[in-house]
Ligand binder design. Structure first.
Ligand code: SF4
Length: 320
């Protein structure tokens, strides 16, 4: 009988789910990608229905791990064994996939990260959740505006003889610049290549500012699919980027590995409550913490009558 660990990454753009073999972290039976659309529980439910329809049952699941911006809510409702932040989940997957890794560049739909690793240990990281100019959603918008399918964006960039220079420090400047260059007669190929270079420069000068980027460098997140961005990074950094096989579900993969480690270390059975998450009654409430002058406003989730978690604190007091 096959047994599995499930990893979930519930982000603001997508909810990714992987089903990992219990004996082999490199063997993934399923990789699901579902649009979150502001409804993390509904999107996870959609994924779990797919897994049930494919014949997975609760008895075969040895553990479940959750990461992503909605991890505390989702993790408590489904009874996850491990609930960890995105930096930890991405780093764990990167180290498991490529033990020599020293730098992880991760660019997703809404944010980007850099993680520095030495001897298998995270020594530094940074995350950008504010500037959209360096994320996948900005590329999506531009592919729509230029009428180029996003899957072909990379090929367009690679065909350019000479990229034009696009200002990459913010979306408004970048878009204005692109329109201006189009009016001056630049080809779509040159503009797309210029945009890829702008995104790589933006990342290096903002997210990675002051960080020592050393090879081997893993490039993960949905944007790693874009060959134009990969080439732009390689030119800027004068180094090769390695794209792992499961580059677009590394957060979910890391969560599955973390669940496996948690279950193994605690020697307990999984706390996973099953695939029928919408049947679980939960309530969200705003509460104030009065324990110091910060007076943080917290979100409290009650699952089936019991307070399961609170989040929104500045000090980590209520985190698991
Ligand atoms: S959650 Fe922490 S920082 Fe916020 S009010 Fe309570 S003790 Fe202070």
């Amino acid at each position: 009988m096959n047994q599995y660990y499930i990893g979930v990454d519930v982000g603001s753009v997508s909810t990714n789910i992987v089903v990992m073999d219990s004996m082999d972290n490199k063997k993934l039976y399923e990789t699901l990608y579902i649009r979150t659309n502001g409804q993390p529980l509904e999107s996870l439910n959609e994924g779990f229905i797919t897994l049930k329809d494919k014949g997975y049952c609760m008895e075969d699941i040895l553990g479940v791990g959750v990461t992503g911006s909605a991890r505390i809510l989702v993790g408590n409702i489904i009874g996850a064994d491990s609930i960890k932040n995105e930096i930890t989940a991405h780093a764990v997957a990167a180290i498991d996939t490529y033990p020599q890794v020293k730098t992880v560049i991760e660019i997703g739909g809404q944010d980007s990260k850099i993680i520095l690793i030495r001897n298998g240990v995270v020594i530094d990281f940074a995350m950008n959740t504010i500037c959209a100019a360096g994320t996948g959603s900005f590329l999506d918008q531009q592919s729509f505006r230029l009428k180029i399918p996003i899957e072909e964006f990379g090929d367009f960039a690679l065909r350019a003889d000479e990229p034009v220079r696009i200002a990459g420090r913010c979306t408004v400047f970048a878009e204005t610049d692109m329109v201006h260059k189009q009016q001056e007669g630049a080809t779509k190929e040159q503009i797309v290549a210029g945009l890829c270079e702008a995104l790589a420069r933006n990342y290096i000068n903002n997210v990675a500012k002051g960080k020592s980027i050393e090879a081997p460098i893993l490039f993960q997140g949905g944007v790693a699919f874009n060959k134009g961005i990969k080439r732009a990074f390689e030119q800027e950094l004068a180094a090769q980027l390695v794209i792992p096989k499961h580059f677009n579900v590394m957060g979910a993969l890391g969560s599955a590995i973390l669940a496996k480690e948690t279950v193994r270390d605690t020697k307990k059975k999984t706390t996973f409550k099953g695939f029928d998450i919408m049947q679980r009654k939960y309530k969200l409430k705003r509460v104030a913490c009065q324990d110091c002058p910060n007076a943080c406003e917290l979100t409290e989730v009650t699952v089936e009558g019991e307070i399961a978690a609170k989040w929104g604190d500045r000090c980590g007091k209520w985190q698991k």
